[in-house]
Design a binder for this molecule. Sequence first.
Ligand SMILES: Cc1cc2nc3c(=O)[nH]c(=O)nc-3n(C[C@H](O)[C@H](O)[C@H](O)COP(=O)(O)OP(=O)(O)OC[C@H]3O[C@@H](n4cnc5c(N)ncnc54)[C@H](O)[C@@H]3O)c2cc1C
Length: 465
Amino acid sequence: MLHAAEEIAQALGEDAVCYDHDVLEHHGHSDWSTSNSANRAVAVVYPKSTEDVSTIARICHRRNVPMVPFGAGSSVEGSFSQPLSGICIDFSYMDKIVAFHPDDMDVVVQPGLNWVDLNNHIASSGLFAPMDPSPTATVGGMVSTNCSGTNAFRYGTMKDWVLNLTVVLADGTVIKTRRRPRKTSAGYNLTSLFVGAEGTLGIITEATLKLAPIPQSTSVAVVPFPTIHSAAAAATALIRSGIQLAALEIMDEKQMEILNAHGSPTVRKRHWAEQPTLFLKFSGTAEAVQSDVSRVSAIIHDLTQGRAPFHFARTKQEEHDLWAARKESLFTMTSIRPAGFEMWSTDVAVPVSRLAEIIDWSKAECGKLGIFASVIGHVGDGNFHVAMMYDPRDKEQAAAVGRCVHEMMDKALEMEGTVSGEHAIGIGKKACLRDELGEETIGVMRSLKRAVDPKGVMNPGKVFD
Ligand SMILES: Cc1cc2nc3c(=O)[nH]c(=O)nc-3n(C[C@H](O)[C@H](O)[C@H](O)COP(=O)(O)OP(=O)(O)OC[C@H]3O[C@@H](n4cnc5c(N)ncnc54)[C@H](O)[C@@H]3O)c2cc1C
C-alpha cells in the first residue's frame, strides 16, 4: 500500500499525497456515523483531474490496493471508512463547475463540488439543484449514496437528477455512462448502476446534473399535534390529497423540547409547542402557494376538529426562522450529547399507508429503553429517523439499543419497507440488506461488482462482503 502511495506521489507530485495522522483520522472516522471501522488508509491522495484518478486507479489495481473515494465525509453508515486500509481518494481539488447550460437546465460538475456552493453560484440563473443532504456534502458523495433530504418529497431523490457520469473503473479505464439529453433509451442504464453504489463500482470524476427552476414563491407552516399518531396520520392524509407540497417533515415532542432549550437564537425567537409537529413547505406561483396553504389548513382542520393550530409564516423572515428549526435539528440534538455518548440513528422507510403505525410502534419500543430517543424525518416519503443517545461503555444499554434498531428494521421489512431510506448501506447495514433483498438479489449485485472490479479493490467491505 505504501509502495502504491509512493508511486502515486511520483506520478502526481509529492503534494498530491498526504500521510499526516490527523488527516488520515479525519478521513477514516466520523462522529456523525453510526458505523466506523478501526483501520485507516495509509495515505490520502488528492487528484486534480480524471487523468489523475485514472493514474491512481491503474497503480492501485496493479498492486491490489484498496481505493476508497471520499467526498465531505458526511455519510453516516461508514461508507467511506477503510476496514481494509488502502488509499483514500479525496476530491477537494476537483470542485469545479465544468460547463453550465442554463438553456438546457443542466450543469456539468466535478465530484468534489459542494451542493450549496453550486446553488449559490448558479442562483442568478433562476435554477437550482434540489437535493439537500448535509450542507457539507459533495456531488460525488451525494450521487454515490443516492441521497435526498427535505426536498425529496417534491423533487425525488438524487437518482432523478443525474443525466450522466464519467467514471474511472478499478483498472483505470474511463467511461461515460451516456450523453446529455433529458431522455434516452439507448442501452443499459449504467448511470443508475453507479448512483448509490457507494464507490464500490468505480470512481465518479464528472457528473451532469439536471436543474430545476427556483420556485417563484414559497412559504412554510408548522402544525403541532396531540400525538405522534395523529401527526403521522395527518401526513398520510396530506400525501394522499395530491397537494404538491415542497416538503413534509415531522419532529416529535422531544425534538421540540430541545429546540426551546438549546436551539440557535433564530430558532428560540419563538416558544415551540412541545408536541409532535409537522413542518410543511409550500412552493410554486404565489397563487398556487396561497391555494395550497388554504387547502392544507382545511384538511388539518377537518382531521383534528380544529384542535391542531396551523402556524403559517407571514413574512420571509418568519419563513426562514420556522424552517431553521427543522434544518438545525440534528446539529441541536448532537450539541446536547453527553461526553462519551454515541448517537444511533435509524433510517427506515415504509409505504406511506403504514407510516403512522411504524412511527407509533418505534416510539413505544424506544420509550422502553429509558434513554433519549427521538423521531425526526421526511415523512412525506414514508422515511423517518429515530435518533437514540446511549453510553457505549454500558454494554447492556448498547446491546439493547442495537436490538431495538434491528427490530425496527425488521418491522419496516415486514411492511415491505427498506432498512435505508437515504443513508445507504456502508459497513453498518450489510446484514440488513441481505434480509431486505435476499441472497439471489445480492448474488446479482456480486456478479455486477465482479464484472467491473474483478480484483475487489474498489471500496471493499461495503454494501456486501
Ligand atoms: C447533519 C447531517 C445531515 C444530513 N442530512 C441528510 C439528509 O437529509 N438526506 C440524506 O440523504 N443524507 C443526509 N446526510 C448524510 C450525508 O450528507 C449524505 O449521505 C451525503 O450524500 C454524503 O456526501 P459526502 O460528500 O459527505 O460523501 P462521503 O460521506 O464522503 O462519501 C459517501 C460515499 O460516497 C463515496 N464517494 C464519495 N465521492 C465519490 C466519488 N467521486 N466517486 C465514487 N464514490 C464516491 C464514498 O466512498 C462513500 O461510499 C446528513 C448528514 C449529516 C452529517
